[in-house]
Design a protein around this ligand. Structure first.
Ligand SMILES: C[S@@+](CC[C@H](N)C(=O)[O-])C[C@H]1O[C@@H](n2cnc3c(N)ncnc32)[C@H](O)[C@@H]1O
Length: 190
């Protein structure tokens, strides 16, 4: 797993410049960018749960050649204004419930980043709704895998679904390597 120090500095500079909420720690961003790097040219990145846009904008800046689409239920988010201020042309956000958006979505997805409501019902809704849109060998990255003490953070419960499943490859960097990131990575093999 590579680190991306320049992108991490730019990420933190943007947080200060726009008073954005911080969505990621350093190895969360590095892990995300390691997988964003695998997206083919002209491919697609979708993020469920964008908040102020800290991760979506970092991805869009890192890969100007891919399409970056965000979904967030909170239409008060400043993200689209920040996207415009930054001169970004490959990102946009739809404001609606992620389940509603999944029903009419008709683009294939190379990388789906799931970072919305972390309760188990919502994570299941997001997984079931969006899974058909993820390409064969595409990735789903789930954020906040590690917070088992917090009742609102139930991503870790999904490990059972994907572990040792012949149709998925599961990788949890914080368990396999000595990397402090709260990402759970699932590759779809079908
Ligand atoms: C942890 S924040 C996202 C952080 C962001 N990815 C970042 O790195 O800055 C979670 C976001 O999910 C959104 N959210 C929660 N439930 C949602 C739903 N059902 N559909 C769409 N967005 C949702 C919230 O409004 C919130 O902005």
């Amino acid at each position: 797993m590579k680190s991306f120090e320049k992108e991490w500095k730019e990420y933190n500079d943007r947080l200060t410049k726009y008073s954005m909420s911080k969505g990621m720690y350093d190895w969360d961003l590095f892990t995300l960018l390691n997988y964003v790097e695998k997206i083919p040219k002209n491919g697609s990145y979708v993020e469920l749960g964008v908040s102020d846009g800290s991760s979506l904008i970092a991805v869009a800046k890192f890969r100007p050649d891919i399409e970056c689409l965000g979904v967030d239920v909170n239409s008060n988010s400043p993200v689209n204004n920040i996207i415009t201020s930054e001169g970004i042309t490959n990102a946009q956000v739809t404001f609606d419930d992620s389940c509603n958006v999944s029903k009419s979505w008709d683009w294939d997805i190379d990388l789906l980043f799931i970072d919305g409501d972390h309760s188990i019902p919502q994570i299941f809704y997001d997984t079931i709704g969006w899974l058909p849109r993820v390409k064969k060998y595409g990735y789903m990255l789930y954020h906040d895998y590690e917070s088992p003490g917090n009742a609102k953070f139930e991503v870790y419960k999904l490990k059972n679904v994907f572990e040792d499943h012949s149709k998925y490859d599961l990788y949890i960097p914080s368990e396999k390597d000595i990397i402090s990131t709260s990402m759970m990575i699932v590759q779809k093999l079908w």
